[in-house]
Design a protein around this ligand. Sequence first.
Ligand code: UDP
Length: 323
Amino acid sequence: MILVTGGAGYIGSHCVLELIRSGYDCIILDNLSEGHIEALQTKNFCKANLSNIDEIREVFRQYSVKAVIHFAASCYVGESVLNPQKYYYDNVINSLNLFKVMLENDVKKIVFSSTCATYGNPEYTPIDEKHSQNPVNTYGRTKLMTENILQDYSRAYGLKYTALRYFNASGADNKAQIGESHDPETHLIPLALETASGKRELIKVFGDDYDTPDGTCIRDYIHVNDLAKAHRLALEKMFDGADSNFYNLGTGKGVSVQEIINISEKITGKTVKKEITARRPGDPAILFADNLKAQTELGWQPQYLNIEDIISTAWHWEQNRKY
Ligand code: UDP
């Protein structure tokens, strides 16, 4: 049994789907504070809080857990700066609770959901795993702290981990009824599509005076099914005896905010009204991944290399969403 914390969330639910499609049994632990009951891809579900160590112990008592994939976290950059206490508790303390119960039960394999936000402002692009990690916001710091904790636990207790540092997760599985649904929504692609569908009047473009070809920020949008597959591959590599490690997950291609808006208009056939506003604090001009390490060591190859294909799946979800 694979324990997936945060398995009712956006990336977590796609990962459970990938594991189940590959023949694994999963148990989901989620408190549904951000996750959605409709997103559950298995009946094995425990509504539990990682903040309550006894609730975690109960899950491990009920199920024979072989390995853990840990998604459950708070993940709004802006909120993390305004309310750091919530983030240090939700992301660091709760992870410590989980790791403690894993060690009590001699479960020593974990895939950890990390982020390119642990790198901070890029010193060079594309960003490889050797890039220094100097996060510029609390969210990134809590994820880096958890990576550091895992590094110490790996050395001291033999708790093997794979940290996966995602770039911009996007898209949805076209066959399952799951997709991105945050409250409030802050991410570019869903906002552009909600504007196209008339749910929003306009989208704010955070700055058009960056040193990029069209002046807007460039990011690396990686399809959520490609992310999910990387988790399965990382898990399987650890089952084969691999040591602790960390990988960037991105396509290696950068796309600008303006390009996302143009392609959203093309796919939806609707106008996406925009307003240019001030830069968002903490936004680097260009972020994209060097994903060679994940390709060569995990045997991971992203399937969605074309941003139009990614946005098409997000549009399919936007038109059919149940939550
Ligand atoms: N962005 C924007 N308007 C929005 C939301 C995002 O211009 O309403 C820009 C943001 O500045 C960044 C890119 O879109 O350059 C992706 O932002 P998002 O919040 O989706 O992901 P992040 O890169 O912050 O993880």
